[in-house]
Write a protein that binds this ligand. Structure first.
Ligand SMILES: [Zn+2]
Length: 178
């Protein structure tokens, strides 16, 4: 864990050197493969590793932090340590074949909203979906979208002004068609 502050943050800064886009780091407890699931069972009831990493990340120049939340043993209040960062909150469990309901997704978002301001919260999957069956992955992404929409309806939209996105210029081909 000490490696995070010793050289980890410097390594992230080196990785983003020269980038003009938003930068994100994903803190990974692993895909839903057996080796990971077994390892997670050895971590105990409460996973507090983030407690050491988040304050260092909060001070870093990385814009966004992605982490797992649903069915995670990480205490959700640790997200409050990521002040000033966009938080990509995992609301879809990639280690389970059960498709979340929109209500479940919205409930996870509600939990995260206690610690992350609305304009900083981006609903996301816990991790990548590469080992997952394609249809299942698509169903889970649909649940993510439906749950995020439900959360916006229930808890309101972000009110703080987000940075305006640069409008994409229509491509030459599209302009020619007009
Ligand atoms: Zn991951």
């Amino acid at each position: 864990m000490q490696d995070v502050t010793r050289w980890g943050i410097d390594a992230l800064h080196r990785a983003i050197r020269g980038l003009k886009c938003k930068t994100a780091v994903h803190i990974c407890y692993g895909y839903g493969i057996k080796a990971n699931i077994d390892w997670k069972q050895s971590l105990g009831e409460e996973w507090r590793q983030y407690e050491q990493i988040f304050p260092a990340l909060a001070k870093s120049r990385i814009d966004q932090v992605s982490l797992e939340c649903i069915h995670s043993h990480v205490p959700p209040e640790l997200m409050a340590l990521l002040k000033g960062k966009d938080v990509l909150v995992g609301v879809i469990d990639v280690a389970s074949d059960k498709v979340e309901t929109p209500a479940e997704v919205a409930a996870t978002i509600r939990t995260a909203l206690k610690y992350v301001p609305k304009n900083r919260l981006i609903a996301c999957t816990n991790c990548g979906m590469a080992p997952m069956n394609r249809e299942l992955a698509l169903a889970k992404l649909q649940a993510l979208a439906a749950g995020a929409a439900l959360a916006r309806k229930k808890f309101g939209r972000a009110t703080a002004k987000a940075k305006p996105r640069r409008a994409a210029k229509p491509s030459r081909a599209k302009r020619a068609r007009r």
